[in-house]
Design a binder for this molecule. Structure first.
Ligand code: COA
Length: 163
């Protein structure tokens, strides 16, 4: 498995993996009809509008094709917007490897903190982030393509603990 920076040309593949991951992980959060009929369209539209800037950290994990990705926007404090591993490839340390690789790049760029929002019912992901040193600090309803879903904020006040 190789981890590399994403290119603009990867974004359609990232959108497809993002939809596959949400369909698997968010079946208790978003309506089934939305997940099957509309989600892939919304995510393709979303990722088509994404511009990866030089300070951002957007990585893909690849073996035969893209099997995971993370997107961290560094316009202000680093915001971990996405971390997804293909459902059939989970629990093989790919998510941890993506986080660690991304954080080393953040540290080299001079960052020391990061945060993300995760769906509150996604206990597996919350447990995963806690094991990596993240701390829950806040709770808010977030709008996921027109659906209001409780989320918790996870914060790393010192990302060097991830390395
Ligand atoms: C969360 C996610 C990115 C983790 O990536 P991963 O490659 O599966 O995780 P890793 O193999 O690196 O596992 C590290 C830890 O995650 C947790 N974890 C992984 N698989 C798990 C499972 N099947 N059940 C419960 N916890 C699990 C465990 O804490 C695990 O540590 P352990 O093996 O020592 O118990 C991935 O499971 C995923 O894509 N989930 C769906 C999308 C998602 O929830 N993304 C986060 C949204 S903010």
């Amino acid at each position: 498995m190789k981890i590399r920076r994403a290119q603009q040309s990867d974004l359609a593949h990232i959108a497809a993996l993002h939809a596959e991951s949400w369909r698997d992980a968010y079946s208790d959060v978003l309506p089934e009809q939305y997940l099957t009929d509309q989600l892939a369209v919304d995510l393709q539209r979303h990722w088509r509008s994404v511009e990866i800037r030089s300070g951002d950290v957007v990585l893909v994990a690849e073996d035969d094709g893209i099997i995971g990705f993370t997107a961290i926007w560094c316009r202000f404090e680093p915001f971990i917007d996405n971390l997804h591993v293909k459902p059939s490839k989970r629990s093989r340390r790919i998510g941890s490897a993506l986080m660690k690789s991304a954080v080393s790049r953040l540290i080299r760029a001079g960052h020391r903190t990061a945060y993300l929002w995760v769906v509150e019912s996604n206990q597996r992901a919350i447990h995963f982030y806690q094991k990596l040193g993240g701390v829950c600090t806040d709770r808010e309803l977030k709008n996921l393509f027109g659906h209001r879903v409780p989320n918790v904020k996870m914060v790393w006040s010192d990302i060097t603990i991830l390395c």
